[in-house]
Design a protein around this ligand. Structure first.
Ligand SMILES: Nc1nc2c(ncn2[C@@H]2O[C@H](COP(=O)(O)OP(=O)(O)OP(=O)(O)O)[C@@H](O)[C@H]2O)c(=O)[nH]1
Ligand SMILES: [Mg+2]
Length: 399
């Protein structure tokens, strides 16, 4: 029983002979992140890619003027954010009929496949239909897309991109009216106007706008979605709030929450390993669990520890907790645990100690990452020096 618990936790990333496989650990951490899957709908050049970059804060998708940048229905996976986007083919007005048939076919095929997988992580959770506010009317293509989303039960937010502010008031009101005529219940008032990028105008700067409202309406979609269970809906919501870069306070709070849950799971696995009756094997396994936890917590904070930093950082962190010898051996993949070589109590650690030590380690590490979280960029920015990180960690660990 206890053995199963820690074996499950480490999965195939730990081998008693070879130690911990860091690449596998990182992949597992990403795989186990909460997932959010968004369908981006709208004509070419309306600003779907710009919107995604504005909301999620990175150049995750290509944007541009002129030629359609998105050539076909494209599934874009951003594992470090737990995000999957289905970017619809750049629909152009002139060959609209032909393109749209293909588009609808592609999306429907993709989604049907995803549904058949029976895997929540693969299914679309929400859609954003983008309409450029500077356009003169809502076109047939927009209605076709809405109809498709409704048919497939993908809750949708209608996003008016490139908002013209006061100048766009009339179009916005008119567009809402015509869409409500056909889709009032489905859209349920989820209309939002955004400006995804600031730009200069007559000597002033037109600011980014509306993203907070889009976030709010997307949260609403995720909470109301009938297709998913309450537990699944919570995961989608957590994924959204962790991945977004619109509200940094919310982002940080959700990342901390997510990381705490991961720490608790790791601590339980370490406790089970500590309670294991097999002598001399628990210390390296606990060190392996703690190393995995560090990568998992990092992943919750969208922080990718590269090999050199990861290795020395983990050796240092585990050093503070007394797992130094074992930890260093593990992360350098040289592990052959030799009893008595400076290890913790010759390898005999009680379940209670292992649990408490792992919790304390995890919580102190979370505080370190929260400390280095930059609320402007939405990224954890660690100093180059591992010593500085460790000094801070020690201060938190002692508390
Ligand atoms: N100022 C401003 N420019 C925008 C906005 N949305 C889009 N643009 C501009 O419009 C152009 C096209 O935007 P994209 O985001 O590439 O459009 P897209 O919908 O992804 O286009 P395809 O990939 O071709 O389907 C870019 O130059 C953007 O900078 C907006 O909200 N505000
Ligand atoms: Mg695009």
């Amino acid at each position: 029983m206890a053995q199963a618990a820690y074996n499950d936790y480490l999965g195939d990333s730990y081998d008693p002979e070879k130690g911990l496989d860091i690449e596998k650990v990182k992949k597992k951490a990403q795989r186990e992140k909460d997932k959010l899957n968004i369908v981006l709908m709208g004509a070419t050049g309306v600003g779907k890619s710009s919107l995604v970059n504005a909301v999620f804060g990175t150049n995750i998708v290509e944007t541009g003027d002129g030629k359609p940048k998105t050539q076909e229905l494209k599934k874009i996976v951003i594992p470090e954010k737990g995000l999957t986007l289905w970017d619809t083919k750049g629909i152009e007005a002139k060959d609209y009929q032909a393109t749209n048939q293909q588009l609808l076919g592609n999306i429907e095929d993709g989604i049907r496949q995803a549904c058949e997988s029976g895997n929540d992580d693969e299914m679309p959770h929400v859609a954003w239909l983008c309409i450029k506010e500077s356009s003169s009317r809502v076109e047939g293509r927009e209605f076709d897309l809405l109809q498709m989303a409704e048919k497939l039960s993908i809750p949708t937010v209608v996003v008016f991109t490139d908002t013209q502010f006061e100048k766009g008031d009339n179009f916005f009101a008119e567009a809402k009216k015509v869409i409500d005529e056909k889709h009032r219940d489905f859209i349920a008032g989820r209309y939002v106007r955004v400006n995804s990028a600031s730009y200069p105008l007559f000597g002033t700067t037109v600011p980014v706008a509306g993203l907070d409202k889009l976030l709010e309406m997307t949260e609403q979609c995720l909470q109301e979605s009938k297709r998913f269970s309450a537990a699944q809906r919570k995961k989608h919501l957590d994924a959204l709030l962790k991945a977004q870069a619109v509200d940094m306070e919310k982002k940080l709070a959700r990342m901390i929450d997510g990381a705490k849950t991961k720490v608790h799971v790791a601590a339980a696995a370490a406790g089970a390993a500590g309670a294991s009756p097999i002598p001399m094997t628990d210390a390296p396994i606990i060190a392996g669990i703690q190393s995995t936890m560090i990568y998992t917590v990092s992943s919750e904070f969208e922080l990718e520890l590269d090999k050199s930093i990861g290795t020395s950082l983990i050796a240092g962190l585990l050093g503070v907790t007394g797992m130094a010898q074992v930890g260093r051996a593990i992360v350098s993949n040289l592990l052959k645990f030799i009893p008595g070589v400076g290890s913790v109590a010759g390898g005999a650690i009680s379940g209670t100690t292992a649990f408490a030590l792992t919790e304390a380690l995890g919580h102190a590490y979370i505080q370190v990452l929260a400390h280095y979280f930059n609320k402007q960029t939405g990224k954890v920015e660690l100093p180059d020096s591992t010593d500085a990180i460790l000094a801070m960690f020690k201060a938190y660990f002692k508390k």
